[in-house]
Design a protein around this ligand. Structure first.
Ligand SMILES: [Zn+2]
Length: 320
């Protein structure tokens, strides 16, 4: 944790300023281990392995913890670079372009292993804070620690330990995995200053009826409950070979058609589909009218809402 992050932090309970009580380990740039304290209510928060921790996974609701833990596994175990990543990221943020980040204080809601936070820092943000609830923060910290303007915080998106000090907030593919996507969006927006902007990319309800009907029951009843390495290996090693070699046996396998279908995708697609649709215990699909409501509520009546990849909505608006 870089010391200048203190200027952007606020107590998630009372909103008071956060001070550094002490650092037990400091590497010359980062507080690696230490204790933060609220100036107003004197609550203490730890800095562990370079990341300030405002969430205790043992104490938050089961679903949120489960989503965070499942995505944490994904982000810790799949860290390869995708050359098309910048393009994909900008697709979700449309109409935002890299130069938009220059000089802005930026917040990412749900940073995973920090790839977007890193890009925002490289594109010239004055400061960028990536927050996440899960173990992904460990990888995110490792990925961004050398960038002087990047910060990672472990916390709950509904109880952000931040001041209302951000020029721009964005969240891609995260809000729909929280127990209340609109509330999560409003929470992010509450940290953006008047005249600042926000971007959000969410699953659309339109065109995704098949997921709600067929995939959600599988996810809710089965795949979000088994361990991630087991799920991955099950689709890859068991269902596919059995389907090609032992056709008569295949029909007895659990959820055979669906799992086998997933197994036919390439590694990349399989990874995305399996982990995004099946792993999270929570996934909401939001219709355009619902999404429009979100923007109206933050006073961004002129928000640009774009239909993306035939399955999702990108929104960009200015808080007035
Ligand atoms: Zn406090």
């Amino acid at each position: 944790m870089k010391e200048k992050l203190l200027d952007l932090l606020a107590c998630p309970v009372c909103g008071g300023d956060i001070l550094l009580a002490y650092a037990s380990k400091y590497d010359g740039k980062e507080i690696i281990d230490g204790v933060l304290t609220c100036k107003k209510c004197t609550r203490e928060y730890k800095v562990v392995r370079g990341v300030p921790r405002f969430a205790d996974l043992g104490k938050i609701e089961a679903d949120k913890a489960e989503t965070a833990a499942n995505f944490g596994w994904q982000w810790t175990n799949f860290t390869q670079e995708d050359p098309k990543y910048n393009e994909q990221f900008l697709g979700w943020l449309q109409p935002v372009t890299p130069d938009f980040f220059e000089g802005k204080i930026v917040l990412e809601g749900g940073c995973g292993k920090g790839r977007h936070t890193k890009l925002a820092a490289e594109w010239g943000a004055k400061e960028v804070v990536g927050i996440d609830l899960g173990d992904g923060v460990e990888s995110a910290f490792a990925l961004t620690r050398d960038l002087p303007n990047a910060h990672i915080v472990q916390c709950d998106i509904f109880k952000l330990p931040l001041k209302k000090a951000f020029d721009y907030a964005f969240s891609v593919g995260v809000l729909h995995h929280t127990p209340d996507p609109k509330k999560a969006f409003l929470s992010l927006a509450s940290k953006v200053v008047k005249g600042g902007s926000i971007s959000a990319w969410i699953y659309g309800a339109e065109n995704n009826e098949w997921i709600t009907k067929y995939v959600n029951p599988v996810r809710e009843g089965f795949t979000s409950k088994i361990s991630q390495p087991v799920l991955y290996l099950t689709t890859k090693l068991v269902y596919r070979p059995v389907n090609s070699a032992l056709k008569p046996l295949a029909k007895h396998l659990f959820y055979n058609d669906y799992m086998n279908h997933i197994g036919t995708f390439g590694w990349r697609e399989q990874h995305n589909i399996v982990f995004d649709h099946l792993v999270a215990p929570t996934a909401y699909y939001i219709s355009r009218p619902e999404f429009e409501e979100w923007w109206k509520e933050i006073g961004a009546d002129d928000a640009e809402i774009t239909w993306h990849n035939q399955n999702s909505w990108c929104g960009f608006g200015k808080i007035t």
